[in-house]
Design a protein around this ligand. Structure first.
Ligand code: SAM
Ligand code: SF4
Length: 337
């Protein structure tokens, strides 16, 4: 994009003055894992497939949001690689004028076989969820015994040339402490930025308690026992993570203090569920039904107006730390993390 088109880009601004540039698109609520912090162990009710937005519908919505000012997309789920022929969708989205960046969050189970085609289709960045390098702990938290498959997926993504690969680990007390340094060692040697995300109350099991969250400051203290960390000034590129680089120059880490110090004031994202419901916050209790508009013949202008109205009343922030906090009825896999 030239400097001129950057200046002329429209802006999607919410009622708090935050500029929204990022849409996270869930492509399915299905998943082959059953992570304890996200899904129940069994008896999951998935959306009827006819409710899922088609690739053409998703591309139409991406085209509309790009004209409103959104230039970054992230595909998520459920497990996005459970959606058949995902590279075709990526190719369609990458061709939308104004979309500069397409990323994906994945559990990496299917990554080994798809890394090359995803890269060829135009996927730029990858976040891989990996909470433990100890295979027993992996099996416990993901309820699947396939650590090696995930590691192979990561290596293949690296081999095919993805420049930005981040590892997301959910930080849980009495679980993550023993994994933090080994995840960091792997990240430092293989060139992945490891990011720790405080466990949020979005698990289907509803087992979340504040005491089960390993807080960001505790993670930093633990890492500092072994490594000198230098905070990175991210004031120009505000993302959800506080980042630190290692004083020896070998890599960096991120901490997402979603519970203890949320980044809501700088939030620049909105989400769409696989069945086409727009959510202006991970913790939204209200949704805007874009699928209904798309399938009832609404014009692009009508859809754009619905989007703008929803963004205008985007929640100031989540209320996890307040008495009035209400858990969303959808669990993480059905929202799109
Ligand atoms: N299946 C893909 C994966 O796991 O990467 C994408 C969807 S998953 C819902 C997206 C991200 O949400 C993952 O990084 C996962 O670790 C994170 N996540 C899920 N439940 C969470 C929770 N209760 N608290 C914090 N992060 C959570
Ligand atoms: Fe599946 Fe991702 Fe949820 Fe784990 S976090 S159950 S991999 S959707």
């Amino acid at each position: 994009m030239t400097a001129e088109t950057e200046i002329n880009r429209p802006q999607l601004v919410d009622g708090m003055g935050r500029t929204i540039v990022n849409l996270r698109i869930s492509v399915t609520d299905r998943c082959n894992f059953r992570c304890t912090y996200c899904m129940p162990a069994d008896n999951v009710e998935f959306m009827d497939r006819v409710k899922l937005l088609t690739f053409e519908e998703l591309t139409r919505i991406a085209t509309i949001v790009s004209k409103l000012g959104i230039n970054r997309l992230r595909l998520t789920g459920g497990e996005p690689l459970m959606r058949k022929d995902l590279p075709s969708l990526i190719r369609m989205l990458a061709a939308v004028e104004g979309i500069d960046d397409i990323a994906m969050t994945t559990n990496a189970f299917f990554l080994k076989e798809h890394a090359q085609s995803l890269k060829d289709a135009g996927l730029k960045r990858l976040n891989v969820s990996l909470d433990a390098l100890d295979s027993e702990k992996f099996k416990h938290v993901n309820r699947r015994d396939c650590l090696q498959q995930v590691l192979d997926g990561l290596q293949e993504a690296s081999r095919v040339g993805f420049k930005s690969i981040k590892i997301n680990a959910v930080a849980m007390r009495n679980f993550s402490e023993s994994e933090i340094l080994s995840l960091i060692d792997m990240g430092r040697s293989d060139g992945f930025e490891v990011r720790f995300i405080e466990f949020m109350p979005l698990d289907s099991d509803q087992a979340w308690e504040r005491d089960k969250v390993l807080f960001g400051h505790e993670i930093v203290d633990l890492i500092k026992e072994k490594h000198e960390l230098i905070p990175i000034d991210n004031s120009l590129d505000i993302g959800p993570a506080s980042e630190y680089r290692f004083a020896d120059g070998k890599g960096k880490i991120g901490i997402i203090t979603a519970v203890s110090n949320p980044f809501c004031d700088h939030c620049n994202r909105i989400r769409m569920t696989a069945d086409g419901k727009l959510r202006t916050c991970l913790f939204s209790t209200d949704e805007t039904d874009l699928k209904q508009l798309v399938r009832s013949g609404a014009s692009d202008e009508d859809i754009a107006e619905a989007l703008k109205q929803a963004v205008l009343i985007k929640e100031p922030g989540h209320k996890i730390n307040l008495e009035s906090f209400e858990r969303p009825t959808r669990a993480m896999h059905a929202i799109g993390g």
